[in-house]
Design a protein around this ligand. Structure first.
Ligand SMILES: CC(C)(COP(=O)(O)OP(=O)(O)OC[C@H]1O[C@@H](n2cnc3c(N)ncnc32)[C@H](O)[C@@H]1OP(=O)(O)O)[C@@H](O)C(=O)NCCC(=O)NCCS
Length: 163
């Protein structure tokens, strides 16, 4: 299977936050941003495989500053690593006030997607070609995060079996 570069599937989207997604304090719900993050990561996964892919896990999500209606939200999503059938995707969210050009880092998220064939079974994904030093650093960090998650999952299974 032919490899694809990170650039081949990376996306950037811009969205304006609206009053329908606010909580009682006037902030945008975390869940509204999670949906945008999941959609952006899903678009990256499906562009890489040019087929179906589903969210297997949201591995980490940090909200770094509040969002309000009228804020412009830019999502930058790209592949950090691919396994056999899985894809590890990072999403950086930036906030830009509509009345100023100040840009803040609003959130970061890491998700795992799995490619599915026509029968809904996990299927192989194209290899990922890493071109830049930044892509290689993100790849190393994604592998370390994945190893930690797999280790935690193994320990949980062992503990459940012993209980
Ligand atoms: C994700 C899913 C396809 C995995 O199916 P599975 O039969 O458990 O798959 P496997 O055990 O063969 O693992 C396939 C790959 O997924 C990865 N994976 C499975 N579960 C995972 C999880 N919870 N988190 C991260 N990665 C996971 C495995 O590490 C493996 O990666 P690799 O092929 O690159 O080594 C299945 O659990 C599923 O369909 N989940 C629901 C997905 C969904 O509907 N998402 C939207 C929620 S509304």
């Amino acid at each position: 299977m032919e490899g694809k570069t990170v650039k081949d599937s990376a996306i950037e989207t811009v969205q304006i936050m609206t009053p329908q997604d606010v909580n009682l304090a006037g902030n945008i719900f975390g869940g509204a941003l999670m949906k945008l993050i999941d959609s952006a990561a899903g678009a990256v996964a499906m562009r890489h495989v040019r087929g179906n892919a589903v969210t297997a896990s949201m591995d980490r999500l940090d909200f770094l500053c509040p969002l309000y209606p009228g804020d412009l939200v830019k999502l930058k999503a790209s592949l950090n690593h691919v396994g056999t059938t899985s894809m590890l995707i990072g999403v950086r969210v930036e906030k830009e006030g509509i009345l100023s050009d100040k840009i803040e880092h609003a959130a970061s998220a890491y998700l795992t997607f799995v490619a599915l064939d026509n029968q809904g079974k996990p299927t192989r994904v194209p290899p990922l070609i890493l071109e830049t030093e930044e892509e290689k650093r993100r790849n190393r960090e994604a592998i370390a995060r994945r190893d930690q998650i797999l280790q935690a999952r193994r320990e949980k299974k062992q503990n459940a079996a012993q209980a």
